[in-house]
Every structure is written in C-alpha cells, then in structure tokens.
Design a protein around this ligand. Structure first.
Ligand SMILES: Cc1cc2nc3c(=O)[nH]c(=O)nc-3n(C[C@H](O)[C@H](O)[C@H](O)COP(=O)(O)OP(=O)(O)OC[C@H]3O[C@@H](n4cnc5c(N)ncnc54)[C@H](O)[C@@H]3O)c2cc1C
Ligand code: HEM
Length: 404
C-alpha cells in the first residue's frame, strides 16, 4: 500500500513523469546496457529493444501501476503483475536484478526531469518502484518454486537442455518442433495457452531468448511451432531467432528451454469457449482445442481463425480434425486472399458479425494488435463481458493495464 504522503506526490507528478516517460525509458535502457552489456546480449530481446516495443511496455506498466495505486491504494493490479511476472520467470530474471533496474531507471528519471525531482518526489516514486518490484518478486518466487518442485529442479535455474525429437513443416514459413528433456527427467507441468522460452546461441555468440506457445501436447514431449519473421512481413530486418531456428535446428540437436509459463491458459469449466486467432496466433488456440478434444469435452466450442490463404494457414488440418472430434464445436475460417472457391462471407478479415457467440462465452484471443482490438470490440458488442475476454500477444504487451 502506498503511504498517503507518497500517494499525494505521485498523483501530483504523474502527468510530468507520464509526459516524460518516452524520454526516460530509452535513457534508462541505454544506461543499464552500457553498465551491463551482457543483459542486452543474453537476457533482453534485442529485436524488441531495436523496435522500441519493450520500452513502451515497461513505461506503460509503471504508469498503469501508479495510476492503479492512486485509484485504489489498498489493492494490487494483479492481472497486470501476473502477466509481467510470468514473462520474467520464463526468461530467468533474478531478484537481485531489481536493484540494477532501480539504479538506472532512477538515474534516467533524474537526468530527464532535473530539478523537478526533489527529494520528496524521488522518495514517493521510489516507494512506487519497490511496491511494484516486491509484488513482482513475490509472484515470481512462487511461480519458480512451483515449477521447480514439479520437476525436481533448483528454483534458481529452471533452464533445461531438451533434445529435438522431430521437426516438421506446417507451412512454408511455420515449423513445428517436438522436444524431450535431455536429462531424462519428467516433463514440466504445462497448460494449453502457455509458452516456453527458448535460448538460442546466435552466430555472433549472443544468447537470445524468445517465447513460443505450446501448439499441442503429444505424449512425452513439448511441442511448439515457429513462424519465420521475414523482413517482407515485418517491415524491419529478418527476425534473428526464428530464422536461425528454421535454418539450423534439426532432430537430434539440443536446445536450452525454460518450462511453460504464461497467465493466459484455458480454464476448466463447462461453459462455452470461443478461440479466436489470426496467423501464427493459432498456436495456443490449437493447444487449447487439442486439450478439449483429448478430454472429450462436451462444451460448446467456437473457433474463429483468420489467415492470408489456405497455404499460409498452419494447423489447417488439425483444426478440421480436432473440431470433428468435439460434439459441440464449429470452426469459422476467414481468408483475405482465398485460393479457389471460398464463401464470400468468410473472405476478408475476421468478422464476428455472422458468427454466433453463445451466452456465457469465455473468449481467448491471440494475434496481432489490430486483430485483437477488432475482435475484442466485436465480442464486447456481442455482449461478452470484458472480464471474460483473455488475450495473448506475441511480443511485449502494449495494452498492459489499459482498458483497450
Ligand atoms: C508469449 C509469446 C508467445 C509466442 N508464441 C509464438 C509462437 O507460438 N510462434 C511464433 O512463431 N512466435 C511466437 N512468439 C513470437 C516469438 O517469441 C518471436 O518474437 C518471433 O519468433 C520473432 O523473433 P525473431 O528473433 O525472429 O525476431 P526479432 O529479431 O526479435 O525481430 C522481431 C521484430 O522486430 C523487428 N526488428 C528487429 N530489429 C529491428 C530494427 N533494428 N529496427 C526495426 N525493427 C527491428 C523485426 O523486423 C521483427 O519484426 C511468441 C511471443 C510471445 C511473447
Ligand atoms: C519494477 C520493475 C520492473 C517492471 C515494471 C518491469 C516491466 C516489464 C514489462 C511490462 C515487461 C513486458 C511483459 C509482457 O508484455 O509480457 C517486462 C519484460 C521483461 N523484463 Fe521486466 N520489469 C521490471 C524489472 C525487470 C528486471 C529487474 C529485469 C532484469 C534485469 C527485467 C527484465 C525483463 C526482460 C528480460 C523482459 C522480456 C523482454 C523482452 O522480451 O523484450 N525486468 N518487464
């Protein structure tokens, strides 16, 4: 809980700090990476640093946390914290690193805001930082301990070597990998919707970490699927890790993988479920659908997917087969540029106007931000409460804490 005095100061200075956050975060990362180059090389995603998305997510989360503290000083924005904590544990950050972030973040704040940072202002924001850091540390400790206990590991190091037992091509750009722990110990616990982190050693010697959602749960292995991030599709350079994995990772190779984490997972229940995805966003949805099929679920399941065309649509056959196994499931597929005959009302971007959304639906969404924004809006219009709409994003979450 924020002290009354600090709450007053934070409320008064929130517009100034918020207004300068776009200058503060790049400077913070610049200072931190100058002092600790290994953090950029081996821990942070340098693609997200280059395109600025991680900076935006960090700034947004601190502003959202401070705003929430002021609005409700006695409560904690747990959803916001959980999303960050799962990501932190997945990449393997340590509690002592919160001091490093604190040092460089506050140095950047002082440098940008100058004399506006009186001792009183510094103390109030210090309190916000440590409230957030300590809340994250507590959640992260618990997540690490649970995962470590289930695997018989030391919570201080959850990375394990995995052997690739098979690899197959889903589409021209999407490859699925099946991996098994190389140490012979049991698989970690996993829930459909969660992701693993993989640590790839790149040609320049850097170890870069990326997340990949589980795309199914075949016996005895973890399964994830990687889409090559191409310059053509992204508008930036070719993605480093996805292309490296496509080019080099073969059956028999060993790769460091952290166990599944992620705050968006299919919840148990009997009510209707809607799984909506676009492009490679169907990896977690395929895992959820596979779980529903494997457990003989009788829930109403509505799957909605959007892709460029039939050839770019990964898991197209799985979608048909899994849907057929479920007694109350229907799949709706939209193609922007369908090949051959394709219904007109399923041509173009995903549009729920002609899809029945049953009352009491819990929705899971995954895809690019414009897709998430559009589908979330359509679900709200269809009467699905915001609290029943869960989403995963394949990058730093720029919606964190905001009612998008
Ligand atoms: C929770 C989660 C789950 C995910 N699940 C999946 C999944 O199931 N399957 C999947 O394929 N992916 C998934 N991802 C995405 C995945 O983690 C990677 O982000 C993706 O593979 C791209 O990584 P990369 O190293 O190839 O690209 P990067 O090198 O990290 O590049 C990423 C983007 O940044 C741009 N960029 C890089 N450098 C610059 C620069 N200098 N200037 C401007 N732009 C730049 C690139 O053009 C590209 O668009 C998931 C991500 C998250 C967070
Ligand atoms: C109170 C302090 C902190 C806050 C508010 C914070 C906030 C965030 C946020 C919002 C994300 C993105 C989460 C998502 O969208 O999934 C993130 C990711 C991350 N954080 Fe933190 N963080 C803090 C401390 C730290 C510390 C101490 C480290 C370690 C040096 C760290 C390393 C990372 C890394 C490596 C990622 C993933 C980056 C990426 O993939 O681009 N964070 N953090």
């Amino acid at each position: 809980m924020l002290s009354a005095k600090s709450a007053e100061v934070v409320e008064a200075t929130l517009p100034v700090v918020g207004g300068a956050i776009g200058d503060i975060t790049p400077l913070f990362y610049e200072k931190m990476f100058a002092a600790h180059p290994e953090l950029l090389r081996d821990l942070f995603n340098r693609g997200n640093q280059a395109n600025g998305s991680q900076r935006q997510a960090l700034a947004g989360s601190i502003a959202a946390f401070a705003t929430a503290l002021i609005a409700a000083p006695d409560s904690r924005p747990d959803a916001l914290l959980a999303r960050i904590a799962h990501k932190h544990v997945s990449v393997g950050i340590t509690n002592d690193q919160y001091r490093i972030v604190h040092e460089h973040l506050f140095a950047a704040i002082v440098e940008v805001l100058g004399e506006a940072v009186t001792p009183e202002v510094a103390a109030a924001w210090d309190e916000v930082y440590w409230l957030m850091a300590n809340a994250l540390i507590a959640i992260e400790d618990r997540l690490r301990e649970e995962s470590a206990a289930a695997q018989g590991l030391d919570p201080a190091d959850l990375w394990r070597p995995y052997t690739v037992v098979a690899r197959h091509q889903e589409t021209e750009d999407v490859t699925t990998y099946l991996v098994r722990p190389a140490d012979g110990k049991p698989l970690p616990p996993a829930a459909p919707g969660q992701y693993v982190s993989v640590r790839a050693e790149l040609p320049d010697g850097a170890h870069q970490i990326r997340q990949y959602s589980l795309s199914g749960a075949p016996d005895g292995v973890l399964q994830f699927s990687v889409k090559r991030a191409t310059a053509e599709a992204a508008g930036g350079p070719d993605g480093e890790v996805s292309n490296h994995l496509h080019a080099t990772l073969r059956a028999g190779d060993v790769l460091d993988i952290a166990p599944p984490f992620g705050d968006v997972a299919l919840a148990d229940g009997d009510g209707p479920v809607l799984l909506a995805s676009a492009g490679i966003g169907n990896t977690p949805m395929t895992a959820m659908l596979a779980k529903l099929a494997a457990t003989g679920s009788t829930r109403r399941v509505v799957t909605v997917h959007g892709d460029r065309d039939q050839l770019s649509h990964a898991f197209r056959a799985d979608l048909a087969q899994l849907t057929a196994k479920l007694p109350n499931a229907a799949a709706h597929v939209f193609y922007e540029q369908p090949l051959g005959d394709w219904p007109a009302d399923r041509t173009g971007l995903v549009d729920l106007a002609t899809v029945e959304v049953p009352a009491g639906t819990t929705a899971y969404l995954c895809g690019p931000l414009p897709f998430l924004r559009a589908v979330r809006g359509q679900l709200l219009t269809a009467g699905v409460p915001a609290a029943d709409i869960h989403y995963e994003v394949f990058g730093p979450d720029l919606w964190l804490g905001q009612d998008a």
